[in-house]
Design a protein around this ligand. Structure first.
Ligand SMILES: Cc1ncc(COP(=O)(O)O)c(C=O)c1O
Length: 478
């Protein structure tokens, strides 16, 4: 078998002088712009020799097998609609109308989509936060065990690990709990695809005992956007329900360039991943040490490690608290962008989060560190009070996510939302945990909290009216 079956077949086809009388409509040459026309030559469809993603028996099957081997999976699926596709497929395969499923409340919005599609009902696992920074990081095996005993009907636990901030949960301890109780363990490891290629990084969830894992390959590996994978453990390799749901959700016109990029990244990582990850690990350690010597800044590794449930940290995520400077994280990030042409992944009132890759060179890490130093020196602290967030207790759920999604909703002034059923999600950063989700009862306390959030300048995500003068509600149960 060639090491890169898809890439080799595409290269052969693109190199031959075929008259293309098949889809796509650009026929391999109809894109005027040079940058896109190079991609168009490789952008083909399921013609003989190029296999079929929905019934793989040739190059796609071979390439998926190579992917599974690299990730120590029993079976791996290519996903061409991002990690979202895998998360939706798992919900559809394992969730049912009204069936309870355990998940963290700070999960990515695709979990909500999965519940809408499947009809599953969430049981939220408490999310542990770091008190000073106010960010949501992990869930604990103890909480999961308690919840599974309280909800014996729930068959599935769906974790998100690593968090957006690079902290992983103790997946091995959680897997021991789910195994003992005969439950399924699924992990959204969208940000951790690189873990499989170096022991210096957190242990991958599949090797820690998860039954199924979703990797957003494009997030941390050299893979085109949307390229992702769903890996099944050896015991689940033949799961026909998952095969059905992946096929149900996948487009019938998968992008061959995306699939080829997954394959090439896998080969690249097998050959170079360990050394590049080790290099990045050293850069990261050195950069963190230097940042921690800058007055007003710190990378908070100790603080993150102390949070209950946090097992390991991803060295490629550099989280910097700016609380000791006169700037908020937002202001710090905009100085970095405007003056130093450095764009970070995320900022909130207290922090900035930089996401490095194996392709950043020593000078990139130095440039980042030096810019931080310049800014910190120019804006010495102490700053204002760090934004503290004490989320009100999770609201009461009146409608399942699916029922709420299907119900008509209407807009009312924010204060009129008291004691109504929410028709939209509202989340704030920090802590990145939704305050309210569709179908939940809006309390007066929650409205007061939302008003406070808007006044304190927190970044609000989800509502149609970002200024929260209005809120969408569902008429009906309240
Ligand atoms: C934790 C997490 N899971 C899943 C997803 C969905 O990934 P994708 O954009 O590849 O569909 C994201 C996207 O940002 C994410 O952060």
């Amino acid at each position: 078998m060639p090491k890169t079956p898809i890439y080799s077949a595409l290269k052969a086809y693109a190199g031959e002088d075929f008259l293309r009388l098949h889809m796509p409509g650009h026929a391999g040459k109809g894109m005027e712009q040079q940058e896109l026309s190079a991609a168009a030559a490789w952008d083909v469809t399921e013609i003989p020799g190029l296999d079929d993603l929905h019934l793989p028996g040739g190059i796609i099957r071979q390439s998926q097998e190579l992917l599974a081997r690299a990730f120590a999976a029993g079976y791996s699926y290519f996903l061409v609609n991002g990690a979202t596709e895998g998360i939706h497929a798992l919900f559809l395969a394992l969730g049912r109308e009204g069936k309870e499923i355990l998940l963290p409340r700070n999960a990515h919005r695709s979990f909500y989509g999965g519940m809408v599609l499947s009809g599953a009902v969430p049981v939220y696992i408490p999310v542990q936060t770091e008190a000073q920074l106010g960010i949501a990081l992990a869930v604990t095996a103890e909480d999961i065990e308690t919840l599974l005993q309280r909800h014996p009907e729930a068959q599935t636990v769906f974790l998100a690990s690593p968090s957006y901030y690079g902290t992983t949960c103790d997946v091995a301890a959680i897997a021991a709990v789910t195994r003992d109780l005969g439950k399924n363990l699924l992990v959204d490891e969208a940000h951790g695809s690189h873990f499989s290629f170096s022991d210096l990084y957190p242990q991958p969830a599949l090797r820690s005992g998860a039954d199924a894992v979703v990797n957003g390959l494009h997030k941390t590996l050299p893979v085109l956007n949307q390229g992702a994978a769903l890996h099944l453990s050896a015991g689940w390799a033949d799961n026909s329900r998952i095969r059905q749901t992946v096929s149900l959700l996948a487009t019938t016109s998968p992008s061959y360039p995306v699939m080829a990029s997954i394959e090439l990244a896998r080969q690249f990582m097998e050959e170079n991943g360990a050394s590049l990850l080790e290099r990045a690990y050293e850069f990261s350690r050195c950069c963190s040490c230097r940042i921690n010597r800058i007055t007003g800044l710190k990378t908070c590794e100790q603080e993150l490690r102390k949070v209950a449930g946090v097992a390991q940290l991803d060295p490629l995520k550099i989280l910097v608290s700016v609380q000791g400077t006169a700037l908020s994280g937002y202001q710090f990030a905009s100085r970095l962008r405007d003056k130093y042409r450095i764009q970070v992944e995320l900022a909130d009132s207290n922090i900035i989060l930089a996401m490095f890759s194996i392709f950043h060179e020593a000078q990139d890490w130095t440039r980042f560190y030096q810019a931080l130093q310049d800014i910190a020196v120019s804006y010495p602290g102490p700053g204002g009070q760090p934004v503290k967030v004490e989320l009100p207790p999770p609201p009461h759920m009146l409608l399942s996510p699916r029922q709420a999604f299907m119900a008509p909703c209407r807009r009312v002034p924010l204060r009129d939302g008291v004691n109504k059923t929410a028709g939209e999600m509202i989340a704030a950063y920090p802590p990145g945990i939704p305050c309210i989700l569709p179908g939940e009862l809006i309390s007066r306390e929650m409205i007061d909290y939302l008003v406070y959030l808007v006044r304190s300048g927190a970044r609000i995500q989800g509502p149609e009216d970002a200024a929260l003068r209005y809120i969408n509600i569902i008429d009906g149960p309240s």
